[in-house]
Ligand binder design. Structure first.
Ligand code: SF4
Length: 393
């Protein structure tokens, strides 16, 4: 499929409903209101989610008048890809622009058996972590369910390119995408993604309703059909929402961005930590495990000389002993002008070993896309000219 923008003269995209954010049930209800049988709704969803259709025009098993009627009421994709960066390690970052000119970043991270899409939940971020580019501009606006799902679909469509035999690509990157999509013995475009992580811009649990609606569409067998266990929601830690998430009946993974093992340092790094203590997070994380049976992941960005000493490792061990969790260590990708540095790999391994020797299940996550603007918010920040006035700062 080509990625042409599904707009019609005289019909602004914003006035139409966003199909990617609509459940099959709601679309079926629309069809019923227009005297269309339920199987028509299924056909449309098959085109969009299985076959990657980006316009009604290509749905050749629907009559022309029906296609025209649908295009009058619905838009499938509302964004335009305004920038794309490719790393030598296969990571691809897309900058999407929405009709109001707000922008969002989403990233494809191919890694042997996993093909992960990292997506954003808000435009900008209200949290303002001291080490993060996204926090600099504050929150601009919430993303809708359709805008969240659309990022995952845009990333998935990168596999369509790699598998499109009519447009042979010879680059190593295209080959890495092709081999990634063959991992489970299939090269079908709709098998492109294996995992979704809400680790882009924004705090997903501060946009709870839209995030959950998007997760259900990504997870649904009529939608993107990605298992809940392959979907990770990453949060700086909102205990009430964590408890609510635990009771949604979804087997999603929860990752808590801890980044510091004590309240004093955490408050310096993460302004929202003033509202929530590490003890509160541990209590919410324990409850999440008790209700779902899913072990919580603690994300910990290693900042040289700030949170990576042996004393910090001992404190982190004490946190880990109070809940069922594993720890992901990430060496910081420096952001210009923020004043934090990346620890060397020796320091990261020493920190990990200290945790491991005390019984903590710990991994050092590979930094991906180091040769592109890989830290969250960097691409959007460089393209600040495309973003509207910030809502707060
Ligand atoms: S690290 Fe995450 S929560 Fe913190 S400012 Fe950046 S996007 Fe927001």
């Amino acid at each position: 499929m080509t990625n042409h923008h599904d707009t019609q003269p005289g019909t602004p995209a914003e006035s139409r409903r966003h199909l990617l954010g609509t459940s099959l049930e709601a679309f079926t209800a629309f069809c019923a209101e227009h005297d269309l049988p339920a199987y028509r709704a299924k056909q449309v969803y098959e085109w969009v989610f299985r076959r990657g259709a980006d316009s009604f025009e290509v749905m050749t098993n629907l009559s022309k008048p029906l296609r025209a009627m649908l295009a009058e009421h619905w838009v499938i994709y509302t964004s335009q890809v305004v920038q794309r960066q490719e790393s030598t390690d296969g990571t691809i970052k897309l900058l999407l622009q929405w009709p109001d000119r707000a922008t969002s970043e989403c990233v494809l991270i191919p890694d042997d058996k996993r093909r992960t899409a990292c997506i954003s939940s808000q435009v900008g971020c209200p949290v303002g972590c001291a080490f993060c580019a996204s926090g600099i501009g504050g929150l601009q606006r919430q993303l809708s369910p359709g805008e969240i799902v659309e990022q995952a679909m845009r990333v998935r469509s990168l596999f369509n390119e790699a598998n499109d035999s009519s447009e042979p690509r010879t680059s190593a990157r295209a080959e890495s995408l092709r081999s990634a999509s063959r991992v489970h013995g299939s090269a079908k475009p709709d098998d492109g993604l294996s995992n979704i992580v809400f680790m882009g811009l924004g705090e997903p649990l501060a946009n709870y309703g839209a995030t959950l609606a998007a997760v259900r569409i990504i997870n649904a067998d009529w939608g993107m059909n990605i298992g809940a266990r392959k979907i990770t929601i990453s949060t700086v830690g909102l205990p009430t929402q964590i408890r609510k998430l635990a009771r949604e009946g979804l087997q999603v993974n929860l990752a808590i961005s801890l980044h510091a093992p004590n309240d004093g340092l955490r408050k310096k790094l993460i302004p929202w930590a003033k509202k929530t203590s590490v003890a509160d997070l541990v209590a919410a994380g324990r409850e999440f495990f008790d209700v779902t049976g899913r072990e919580v992941t603690l994300e910990y960005i290693l900042l040289a000389g700030v949170n990576d000493t042996m004393e910090h490792a001992h404190e982190l061990t004490r946190v880990c002993r109070r809940m069922r969790c594993n720890v992901n260590l990430i060496r910081y990708n420096p952001v210009a002008d923020l004043g934090f540095e990346r620890p060397d790999s020796y320091a990261a391994h020493r920190f990990a070993e200290e945790l491991r020797s005390r019984g903590v299940n710990v991994h050092i996550r590979k930094s991906r896309g180091a040769d592109i603007d890989a830290a969250c918010g960097q691409l959007r920040r460089k393209n600040a000219i495309t973003t509207p006035t910030r809502a707060n700062g």
